[in-house]
Ligand binder design. Structure first.
Ligand code: HEC
Length: 172
């Protein structure tokens, strides 16, 4: 007997709750028809504004990155007297990428020696000589003149070409 009473109570509660919900739905005031079309364009405007801002932000950021690269290259030219734009072809021709990973040079992914990245942040070149433009050029031309036991070979690169390479390495 007690089981059936409990079931009836539960059923009653459930039905009551459902009826209440139906009433709530009926009571809810529908929004005035005029409110709907007004809300849509406003939201679209916001999206448009957001999209424009994002676009401007991206353009601004890549513009700033471009300016920074130009400035880095200009500084590297001034320091070394070399032309960084000529370097990638030289780095490929003299096989530097076979031993060094070099950012921005296709196929230069050697693991024999340290990556040639952020060279202007180094204190020493080859661990033996101060990191100046002339020393870097000298190292690239003839590492064994500075460090006789260095595993880096003389590649045959000329001093003028080494200057272009040094400019490239300082520009990034
Ligand atoms: C056969 C492998 C090999 C080749 C090819 C090679 N290098 Fe190296 N390079 C090395 C090794 C090994 C070192 C580290 C030498 C040391 O510390 O004695 C080194 C060091 C350097 C350094 C000094 C880096 C530092 O962290 O101080 C520079 C700059 C450099 N190489 C540039 C070049 C350039 C430019 C070329 C191409 C013209 C080149 N290397 C070709 C093996 C190579």
């Amino acid at each position: 007997m007690r089981g059936r009473t409990l079931a009836r109570l539960l059923l009653g509660g459930l039905l009551g709750w459902l009826a209440g919900r139906a009433d709530d739905a009926a009571d809810a005031v529908p929004p005035p028809a005029a409110a709907m079309p007004a809300a849509r364009p406003a939201r679209r405007l916001w999206l448009l504004a957001l999209g424009t801002l994002l676009l401007l932000g991206t353009a601004g950021a890549s513009g700033a990155a471009f300016m920074q690269r130009q400035q880095d290259a200009e500084l590297a030219r001034a320091i070394t007297g070399g032309e960084p734009d000529r370097a990638p072809a030289l780095l490929i021709r003299y096989g530097c990428g076979g031993c060094h990973a070099i950012p921005g040079v296709p196929g230069a992914d050697g693991r024999v020696a340290a990556p040639l990245a952020k060279l202007r942040e180094r204190v020493y070149v080859g661990g033996v000589t101060r990191n100046t433009a002339d020393n870097l050029v000298a190292w690239i031309v003839d590492p064994r003149a500075l460090s006789p036991r260095s595993a880096m070979p003389v590649t045959g690169i000329t001093p003028a070409e080494a200057r272009d390479v040094a400019a490239y390495l300082y520009a990034r």
